[in-house]
Design a protein around this ligand. Structure first.
Ligand code: ADP
Length: 496
């Protein structure tokens, strides 16, 4: 018989409450899928000022929660809401979370007290499990923000009746963000100076949250098999490959899923018309409405290439900037982009519609509805990422029959099948080199296929829309990872 686990997710983002990237999509979907498989799951989040209290029906719960940080006890309040059948808890601490950003101010400067904010949050989350009497089999933490949870479990809760047996799984959504901060915060975090060593928290005199998390977690995973392989190499691990390799078989890659309750054109609540692989008429309407909304020429036969992304160099958008003008000057295409981030990239993509009126549309900012419109109304979706731990937009694109043009890295390599010109098989267009030339050539390949071999495009759309990256499937891989984390925890506890 399959075991039924008690699992607590500790995370800094979760759809539908608060989101800046793919982590939020995963934390919003995996717990529900685990619950459907019969496991008992809770999610614990910070109570940010921007969470809409009444829309999400939050309510106060428990009394004040006392949390020991270093030698001082701090207090916070707890609120709760239901995400489907999954209870979600919010840690309210005004001094840390009542501000306009999640991790940084409007100019993208990290909040200086981030180590305290997320250290406190993580300890409070474990204290909450304790006060709730939630004897978790596994704490599932995400990225540097909650990466201290495995360490706190082993340093502070090892002899605890409730959490003493609790194993931990750390999911790394992006290895580039490690949470590296001044050692001046170390006392506050209560991690004990004996653990401030290069094989644990110390990183060139500073504290590295993620490294410590990797070392203390019973099991570590990243969000696609190819990214897991890439991060085992020095070139792509930002210094952490020795530690990841040190985990041996306890470091693995599990592909993210897509939440098809939200991201499927046959049920999508945002888009102008619904459609399916059997009847694509709605997609043509979505394209026309997208062209209208972005003031593009309403040309049904001109291919639209879309982007929805954080505007950062990781996403290859500097390289795309260098290839795009050449493409616009040489090919009959339209281009739309939704994103925010790097000011230089915002300036470039923000100015582009002025230079190519009727052919380029841009929206600088964050907009859920528009992201669905672009997925539904574009013909192609481009992701020239330098690296991509998993990437969700290409999975959404596939479901919307919007063929991805991607660099063959990380999750993009795992989820997009290369087009074969002889047979018309495949679901997208992939390239290897991270150069403007390779991007230009691959856009050209996709566009010539669109004009010269439309029957192949149709065949690819059909194949793309049939791909299944649902969480129901991928959640089972997490169950296996939990099993392994628990076994590993028991072995290490037995060996002392
Ligand atoms: P990452 O987590 O690295 O940002 P992913 O592809 O894994 O990249 O996930 C990005 C998620 O954030 C997707 O759901 C995407 O639609 C969404 N997203 C990114 N930028 C925006 C934006 N400007 N407006 C709306 N949604 C966005």
């Amino acid at each position: 018989m399959e075991p039924h686990y008690k699992i607590a997710h500790i995370a800094s983002e979760c759809v539908p409450y608060i989101k800046t990237g793919g982590l939020a999509d995963m934390v919003g979907a995996l717990p529900k899928a685990l619950k459907k498989l019969g496991h008992e799951v809770i999610v614990i989040l910070p109570m940010y000022a921007m969470i809409d209290y009444s829309r999400h029906h939050l309510q106060p719960t428990l009394g004040p929660l006392g949390v020991w940080m270093g030698n001082t006890e701090e207090w916070c309040a707890v609120h709760t809401a239901q995400m489907g059948e999954v209870p979600v808890y919010f840690i309210e601490a005004h001094q840390y979370f009542a501000r306009p950003g999640l991790y940084h101010d409007a100019d993208f400067n990290d909040y200086l007290d981030n180590p305290r904010r997320f250290g406190f949050f993580t300890r409070a989350a474990l204290q909450l499990c304790h006060d709730l009497g939630f004897a978790a089999d596994v704490i599932h933490c995400h990225d540097w923000q909650s990466a201290l949870a495995p360490a706190y479990l082993k340093i502070w809760h090892w002899d605890d009746l409730l959490l003493g047996q609790t194993a931990s799984l750390l999911t790394i959504h992006n290895l580039a963000y490690q949470g590296v901060y001044s050692s001046a915060h170390y006392d506050y975090l209560g991690l004990q100076w004996g653990n401030f060593t290069p094989d644990k928290f110390e990183d060139h005199g500073r504290i590295n949250f993620l490294k410590g998390g990797i070392q203390y977690a019973d099991m570590v995973n990243t969000v696609s098999p190819t990214y897991a392989l890439e991060t085992r190499t020095p070139e792509m691990s930002y210094g952490l490959s020795p530690f990841l390799n040190g985990k041996g078989g306890n470091f693995t890659g599990i592909l993210n899923g897509a939440d098809y309750d939200t991201w499927d054109p046959s049920v999508d609540a945002y888009i102008p018309a619904r459609f399916s692989s059997r009847d694509l008429r709605g997609k043509a309407i979505c394209k026309r409405e997208l062209q209208r909304r972005f003031l593009l020429e309403e040309a049904a036969d001109t291919p639209v290439i879309g982007v929805v992304s954080r505007l950062v160099s990781q996403k290859g958008l500097d390289l795309l900037a260098q290839a795009l003008e050449n493409a616009l000057q040489n090919m009959q295409i339209q281009f739309v982009i939704l994103g925010s981030g790097d000011k230089r990239l915002e300036a470039f993509y923000g100015d582009l519609p002025g230079r190519y009126p009727g052919r380029v549309g841009s929206y600088l900012g964050y907009n859920d509805e528009l992201s669905h419109w672009i997925e539904a109304g574009s013909d192609f979706f481009i992701m020239p990422s330098i690296y991509e731990p998993c990437g969700l937009n290409q999975m959404y694109s596939l479901r919307y029959g919007t063929l991805p043009i991607v660099r063959a890295t990380g999750g993009l390599e795992d989820t997009v099948q290369q087009y074969d010109e002889r047979t018309g098989s495949g679901t997208g267009f992939k390239f290897k080199d991270a150069t403007p030339g390779a991007i230009f050539d691959t856009i050209g390949w996709a566009i010539s296929t669109y004009y010269d071999r439309p029957y192949h495009i149709y065949q690819m759309i059909q194949a793309a829309m049939e791909q299944d990256f649902s969480w129901e499937r991928n959640a089972k891989a997490y169950i296996d990872a939990y099993k392994k984390a628990i076994a590993s925890h028991q072995t290490s506890a037995a060996s002392g």
